[in-house]
Design a protein around this ligand. Structure first.
Ligand code: GAL
Length: 328
């Protein structure tokens, strides 16, 4: 090839690279999520919200998750488009309560109690040394952006409780799911009306099934739950189950995504209700267990071929339009 042809080819490649970059970052504003890359907030700092959960309040989406920096335990970000995230503050830190001084807090999830007008956070509570306590903990706040008041840690109905999530149903009842019996059983509890305690042990899902990292969503009258297997920080095959009633029966487990869930572990499924449609966003953690702060996030669209069948194809880039309600 002649030198001028090589130069032309190089120029074309450079322009192509620029265009790809411009699709995702446009004058500092993100217009898509690039999966598996560092995700920064509106100040350019890496987002620390692992094992997190999402919720919509007014015009904002909130993202609340683990932040292991210094004395912080749980941080809060907000966004109107699910792409550009503004850091709003730390919701739980080591200082205010002695029980938190040496705690390891994982998978915090927040729901709003319309009766008490409080935001309620449930999380996995351990001491920093190991995972043997296997307790849950609860904290509350009247303002989703302000520090939460820590309540207590405990084992629900005396069961071990590790990876967990909360689910607020349409009728206002709330459920807590968590891995029990050395992660062999996925327990389902109904919360008390104030959401501060467990009221009922509803079911033991897939006894002996060894599932964790639960994430739940309701779509067209069916409940879907994604869980992972139990291989610590190493990724494994995600599976999902479906139920017509949240109390069950839940279906058997079906594989979704590939055998490492595209090197991620489920943390949340967020419905995005827009003007054109409602879409369902999978959010997972791509953990780096050795270098925790090198962990990344994976955002992917969930697709449905009928009312009870769900797929999750891989995308290098996740294109979210929160106004239209589309994820591609
Ligand atoms: C995973 C769990 C994470 C964290 C990790 C520690 O299985 O989902 O939240 O606890 O183990 O090894």
């Amino acid at each position: 090839m002649k030198i001028d042809k090589i130069l032309t080819l190089l120029l074309i490649l450079a322009v192509a690279a620029f265009v790809t970059e411009a699709q995702t970052v446009n004058s500092g504003k993100k217009i898509a999520i690039i999966n598996g890359k560092d995700l920064t907030d509106t100040q350019g700092k890496i987002i620390n919200a692992h094992g997190g959960g999402f919720m919509k309040m007014g015009k904002y989406f909130y993202w609340i998750g683990e932040n292991r920096h210094d004395n912080v335990l749980v941080s809060c970000y907000r966004s109107t488009d699910l792409l550009n995230w503004e850091f709003r503050g730390d919701l739980l830190t080591r200082r205010p309560n002695p029980e938190l001084a040496d705690a390891n807090i994982e998978r915090p999830k927040v729901i709003y109690n319309a009766k008490t007008k409080q935001f309620v956070m449930w999380m996995h509570y351990e001491k920093r040394s190991n995972y043997s306590l296997a307790r849950t903990a609860v904290a509350v706040s009247a303002d989703i952006e302000k520090p939460f008041t820590y309540q207590r840690s405990f084992r629900p109905f005396n069961n071990m409780s590790r990876d967990c999530t909360l689910f607020l149903d349409d009728d206002g009842s709330a459920y807590f799911f968590s891995s029990a019996r050395e992660n062999y059983d996925m327990m389902m509890y109904r919360l008390t009306d104030d959401f501060l305690d467990v009221k009922e042990q509803v079911a033991t899902l897939w006894p002996g099934g060894h599932r964790e990292a639960p994430a739940i969503v309701k779509r067209k009258g069916y409940y879907f739950m994604i869980t992972s297997g139990c291989t610590g920080w190493a990724p494994n095959q995600a599976k999902y189950a479906v139920a017509k009633s949240i109390r069950g029966p839940w279906s058997e487990l079906t594989n979704i995504a590939d055998n490492t869930t595209y090197h991620s572990q489920s943390t949340y499924i967020l419905p995005i209700i827009g003007k054109e449609s409602t879409s369902y966003l999978y959010v997972g953690d791509r953990w780096d267990g050795k270098h925790y702060f090198n962990s990344k996030y994976i955002f992917l669209p969930l697709t449905f071929s009928n009312d009870t069948t769900m797929e999750m194809p891989w995308k290098d880039t996740c294109n979210i339009n929160a106004i239209a309600g589309t994820v591609k």
